[in-house]
Design a protein around this ligand. Structure first.
Ligand SMILES: Cc1cc2nc3c(=O)[nH]c(=O)nc-3n(C[C@H](O)[C@H](O)[C@H](O)COP(=O)(O)OP(=O)(O)OC[C@H]3O[C@@H](n4cnc5c(N)ncnc54)[C@H](O)[C@@H]3O)c2cc1C
Length: 475
């Protein structure tokens, strides 16, 4: 069967206005960082679970590969096709039209939504009901709950509320044979055997297409207090984090590391005032939250940290507007669009045990100095979870020299991460970005189990091939 037959059948099934020529939607074939591009023969935008199932059946009949896409904000290139070695055509299934909040139970503290609902939509719906959907990160306006489930997304609130995995009660999934599994449940406890939804969470569209999700909602936080403070020495990070957690009755909700490099770039690019007059190489952005006022928790932490010589200066947000401005700064320091040559950067989304964050940063800086002098490691992120984003930029080095050393630098940095008991994929998934690098992270038996699970769900390897699961190394 030809590609034109495939496209004709898709048009018949979901209607001609839901099937697009990729040339008319170029943003769907390139990832948000502009690093990964892939060719698709068509882009389909189904509006219902039934349409998704029909699309899957047609693609399966034609042996076409399916790449599911939500907001296309993923950082690992999982949402765009790779060249399929067997030459099969790729179809992008874009779920942006499945954007309805179906039901929200203020008494049950849950909401059931379609997979294309954005994180911001969910947050707003919860807030209107006096509740909170806790997961949050800079791409909230575009990232979808289906994408978040599929990458087990994290963000700034993981420290207090956990990753997306901790917020999912139920899922509906269309599998590669076109069957739909209705696992939309609102149970807080269920000990009835294997929990299939936990296999789907973090599977990056390789096992099934998530079509509906039931999420957990929490009581809204009534009091919050945020500060940004200048750090004296990056080697004190573990002590700063320990102090931030200690003696505050669990009210610490976010702890982020901000480099001066990022502040300077945002101030320069957006013309914003500097948040803090004191200049340091590094800052922490910290938030406490709870049902009672938390100002004293924040003040106590700052006082203790200054007394111990860990912080030199701080700005405490004294209005909602100022608080939002500080968190907006955090959103803006993400490198795409901010840092020159970011597309060439060696990207890491590492996590180490929370008491080893300083060791990790030292290791990154030392390895870059040794192997790629002149390169500029741009380091920031969720230090409260031990999750550090690193984009090693060419900096002052010649671009060709940097690109020549990049693979060896990547191998060395990955090994340093593993030596510290870490992961090289904390919240962005493996996608295609890490497919050749992840192989050193886990015992061979673990990858073999993943391959077996993949074969069970998707024997013909139709869903997002070339992502997540590394190829078996040649013996
Ligand atoms: C500025 C910025 C800041 C970010 N900050 C964070 C952060 O702090 N923490 C964090 O975790 N991430 C962050 N991200 C990454 C990104 O927002 C998340 O990975 C998000 O979960 C992706 O959602 P999406 O809808 O855009 O998914 P996409 O990018 O469209 O897809 C991501 C993966 O999920 C699969 N997928 C998407 N939808 C479905 C579905 N319905 N069913 C099956 N598979 C599906 C895709 O095939 C792909 O493999 C950030 C991104 C940007 C641009």
């Amino acid at each position: 069967m030809s590609v034109s037959d495939l496209i004709d059948q898709l048009r018949e099934s979901v209607g001609p206005t839901s099937v697009f020529d990729p040339a008319d939607l170029p943003s769907a074939t390139t990832d948000v960082r502009g690093v990964h591009q892939g060719a698709a023969v068509t882009i389909v935008r189904p509006a219902t679970t039934e349409e998704v199932a029909a699309v899957v059946r047609i693609c399966s009949d034609h042996g076409a590969v399916i790449v599911t896409q939500g907001g296309n904000t993923g950082m690992s290139g999982g949402s765009v096709p790779v060249d399929d070695e067997s030459g099969r055509p790729s179809v992008i299934v874009l779920l942006d039209r499945m954007n309805k909040i179906e039901s929200l139970s203020p008494d049950g503290f849950w909401a059931t939504v379609e997979a294309g609902v954005t994180i911001e939509q969910l947050q707003a719906a919860a807030s209107a009901a006096g509740l909170m959907f806790a997961p949050d990160w800079g791409a909230r306006g575009t990232a979808t709950i289906g994408g978040a489930v599929s990458t087990n997304a994290g963000g700034i609130n993981v420290l207090a509320f956990g990753p997306i995995r901790d917020h999912i009660l139920g899922l509906e999934v269309v599998f590669p044979d076109g069957q739909t599994w209705n696992g939309v449940r609102a149970l807080r406890k269920d000990s009835s055997g294997y929990d299939i939804k936990h296999l789907i969470i973090g599977s990056e569209g390789t096992l099934g297409i998530v079509t509906r999700v039931t999420v957990k909602l929490l009581p809204a936080i009534s009091h919050e207090s945020t500060a940004m403070a200048a750090i004296v020495s990056i080697s004190d990070l573990a002590e700063i984090a320990r102090l931030a957690r200690a003696g505050t009755n669990g009210t610490l909700t976010a702890l982020e590391l901000i480099p001066e490099m990022g502040v300077a770039a945002v101030v320069d690019k957006l013309g914003w005032p500097r948040p803090l007059e004191t200049r340091a190489d590094w800052y922490v952005l910290i938030r406490y939250g709870g049902s009672d006022p938390v100002n004293s928790d924040l003040a106590e932490f700052l006082q203790r940290a200054v007394n111990r010589g860990l912080l030199t200066d701080a700005v405490v947000a004294d209005s909602r507007r100022q608080e939002e401005a500080l968190w907006l700064l955090r959103d803006e320091i993400s490198p795409p669009g901010l840092m020159p040559h970011n597309k060439l950067a060696l990207k890491m989304d590492a996590a180490v045990p929370i008491d080893r964050v300083s060791d990790f940063i030292d290791a990154v800086e030392a390895t870059c100095r040794d192997l790629a002098p002149g390169a500029a490691p741009y380091i920031f992120g969720h230090i409260g979870d031990g999750n550090i984003h690193v984009h090693v930029l060419p900096g002052e080095s010649d671009v060709d020299t940097f690109l020549g050393i990049k693979p060896a630098l990547g191998r060395a940095l990955d090994q340093r991460t593993w030596d510290l008991g870490g992961t090289i994929s904390a919240e962005h998934g493996v996608g295609q970005e890490l497919i050749d690098r992840i192989i050193g992270q886990k015992p061979a038996i673990e990858f073999e189990m993943m391959r077996n699970i993949k074969r069970l769900f998707d024997p013909d390897n139709l869903l997002n091939p070339g992502k997540t699961i590394p190829r078996q190394p040649a013996s």
